[in-house]
Design a protein. Structure first.
Length: 438
């Protein structure tokens, strides 16, 4: 594949495909269930944090334009193999796990369209993963261009949903302020933190653009533009759609489920044709998100293997199609297995731990590069404040994570450190000793 064959709009659509599919159609209702109307505040707060990260990723992508491993590649280049190994494996499993979250959303909406029981959700999700695995194996260019078309379609459908919500509330009326009532169980800092964990996952798709920076027209600068566009557009769309959901149904009525838009339309007695349009949009959105997640996970695993930190199995690469074949298959398999592990909120939270950790380490990587006076075609404004604020904000978000996912994340880091040094010892590598203080 020729260098620079993917345009900035198409690259941005890959990020939007991952962001909008997972967030609006699957997890927006869960955020409302956790924080009520204050979910709007959480979406804005997390959106700003992610925008700060997008600025840094734009610069990092232009400093390391040939990276295929997103934040893993930046950490590996800046901080070395040990921290790169830990960050890369956590990030890889985050993306592989994310496949199951958005695929479950697809299964829930398809079950709703067909009038089938919720027990069919996981099987439809499994079918989606199988089909999208084949699409990814056909190559990154086809996958990216497919995403571009899907994004245009689902944005049109979202506009139709928003228009209906505003018509119900402000034209047909009357507007019900009680839909936005704050309940004691969903008020305060705790619920906002809990919702923020879900919402951060919803925004995470922007990092998928960083896995094929070298293929974007304009290289690092083009990738920076695509990342900033994807995050900015998604933040605006998120807030409007979440507001629309609460126009259609009381915030207190939302539950942790994978099909919040179907629930909202049902609660507002929407016409049947709108159900079909929105559910089709949800299918398209979740399919494009899963497509981007499989693409990203496979390229991260391939890059880790290229750096000799994963076995040669992950290094199988079809140059003509520009696809890491074995990594695609393994990533899809992990996503399929995770379908049957339980609650969608817990799955998302587990995925989020690796994402948050990778974001924190990416900020430290930018600090390292700047200290060495390395700059790319795009320079992040407000440095170093943008990095410091990001690190503090992300560590606070970890505070709001479910205990199960926090425990799994900490144990994973410890296990990866032990594995790294065990493998290093087997290779009989010399111990590196440095002096931190005088």
């Amino acid at each position: 594949m020729s260098k620079g064959s993917i345009s900035v709009p198409v690259a941005a659509s890959v990020g939007l495909g991952a962001i909008i599919g997972a967030g609006i159609f699957v997890l927006s209702g869960t955020a409302i269930a956790l924080a009520g109307p204050e979910a709007l505040i959480a979406f804005l707060i997390v959106g700003i944090v992610v925008l700060l990260m997008a600025l840094q990723f734009g610069e990092l992508g232009s400093i390391v334009p040939n990276a295929k491993g997103a934040s893993y590649s930046y950490v590996y280049k800046a901080l070395g193999s040990e921290m790169g190994f830990v960050t890369g494996i956590l990030l890889y499993f985050s993306y592989a796990t994310s496949i199951s979250v958005v695929a479950l959303g697809f299964g829930a909406y398809l079950s709703n369209i067909l009038g089938l029981q919720a027990s069919m959700t996981a099987y439809f999700a499994l079918l989606l993963i199988f089909v999208l695995t084949i699409v990814n194996i056909l190559g990154i260019s086809k996958a990216a261009k497919t995403d571009f078309v899907l994004v245009l379609v689902k944005l049109s459908i979202l506009i139709a949903f928003i228009a209906f919500a505003f018509w119900i509330a402000f034209v047909k009326g009357p507007f019900s302020a009680s839909n936005f009532s704050i309940m004691p169980s969903t008020s305060g800092i705790g619920p906002i933190f809990a919702a923020s964990v879900v919402i951060l996952f919803a925004y995470s798709g922007f990092q998928s653009i960083s896995t094929f920076t070298s293929k974007i027209k304009g290289g690092g600068l083009g990738a920076a533009k695509a990342i900033l566009a994807a995050v900015s557009i998604s933040m605006v769309v998120y807030v409007i759609v979440v507001f629309s959901l609460m126009l259609l149904a009381p915030s207190s009525s939302y539950k942790i489920a994978a099909d919040p838009m179907s629930f909202a339309l049902n609660a507002s007695h929407a016409p049947g044709y709108l159900f079909i349009i929105v559910d089709i949009g949800a299918l398209i959105a979740t399919a494009s998100a899963a497509l981007a997640m499989i693409l990203s996970a496979s390229r991260i695993a391939f890059q880790i293997s290229e750096d000799k930190l994963l076995p040669v199995l992950f290094r199988s690469f079809n140059k003509r199609r520009d696809v890491a074949t074995n990594a695609v298959l393994i990533s899809a398999l992990i996503g399929a297995v995770m379908l049957f592990t339980g609650n969608i909120y817990i799955i998302a939270a587990i995925a989020n731990f690796g994402l948050i950790f990778s974001y924190i380490m990416s900020s430290f990587s930018l600090i390292h590069f700047r200290r060495l006076h390395m700059k790319g075609a795009f320079v992040s404004p407000f440095y170093p404040y943008v990095s410091v604020v990001s690190i503090v904000a992300l560590m606070l978000l970890m505070y709001g994570m479910p205990q199960e996912s926090l425990l799994i994340g900490i144990v994973s880091i410890l296990a990866l450190i032990v594995a790294y040094y065990a493998l290093r010892e087997m290779k009989e590598k010399k111990v590196v000793r440095i002096k931190l203080f005088k």
